[in-house]
Design a protein around this ligand. Sequence first.
Ligand code: PLP
Length: 384
Amino acid sequence: MVLLDGFPLVDEFPLDPQLLYLNHAAVAPWPRRAAMAAQRFAEENLHSGATYAQQWLEQEQGLRQLAAKLLNAPQAEDIALVKNTSEALSMVAFGLNWQPGDKVVITDQEFPSNRIPWEALSRKGVKLVTAKLDQAETPEAAIAKACTTNTKLISVSSVQYASGLRMDLKAIGALARQHQALYCVDAIQSLGALTFDVESIGADFVMADAHKWLLGPEGIALFYSHPKARTQLKLYEYGWHMVEALGDYDRHEWQPAASARRFECGSPNTLGIVTLKGSLSLLLEIGISNVEQRVIANQRYLRKRLEKDSRIQILTSDDPKRQSGILHFRIKDKNDDYHKALYQSLLDQQLICAYRHKGIRLSPHFYTPEPVLDKAVSMIRNAL
Ligand SMILES: Cc1ncc(COP(=O)(O)O)c(C=O)c1O
């Protein structure tokens, strides 16, 4: 049995031994306790419906508390439970009061979820400025170059989805403050894998879906908002669940909850909540700095073994400060079709990975055992 600080990891991740699962940057497997929580909830519904629904509310509050811990948010009330990262980004983009000529700064490596909502603001006269990360000494210097007096918001991914580039979130936060701009962080590629501190980076909004490094289900996401920034967002979804006096159905006067619950219009995704709560409890019990150490060690181990092969070009930065759980590589002098075929052949052999931005992306998590990494490296080398 593989143990990490006393945790029986094989018990928590009883993955099919045929699979080399290196795809946590896409969709992750659930740990056993998350799957069990989902099963228990299904059984409960099967046998007693919503008889014990009062306990569901406790689960919901419990999840907010775990999420606040993970983000180092001052209070659970700062966390809304929404559908996905894209929904939270859209709530920010379409909630703010824009003036024609206002600018939003993003980077040229963003996943479409952190580009399309800002592009959709063009009909309001908002201009999108894209920082070219490779065209300055550091990614943050590129963002600084893109900021002007009209910059009203900076939105970046904490880790870029293809290259795995880890952004200096503190430096970008300082830049946002210097420009009196709001600061939005899409944390889906780091939350659950790397330490995160919403207070020290000074973010106004942070969002992350559960199905990647958080090891949870699709369709539920954490959405942090700073109390001051929160009130700047106009609301577009209304219902019984987002009012201050929750549960007082006879009351006709209402106001939106002061907490982030104002972004949750109706019945919550309780199945997602109980499942994700299981996943977060595991990550927090192990400790997110322990998780981070292992995630980085696994990524570096893969890199070290792959870069020995002169046919392979590692695309992920070799600066340790810039590294995350993602390793991105290409085969030298080969075109996109070659890489697509390589990806398909790896997938056919049960190496679960991704083809992203002209290369192959590997993303082991903290629990991925070294023999799995070794087998993946051999499989890749044999496939060339
Ligand atoms: C950086 C980043 N943001 C957002 C998403 C998608 O998020 P969601 O499906 O939760 O909207 C992804 C998915 O790959 C991503 O890598």
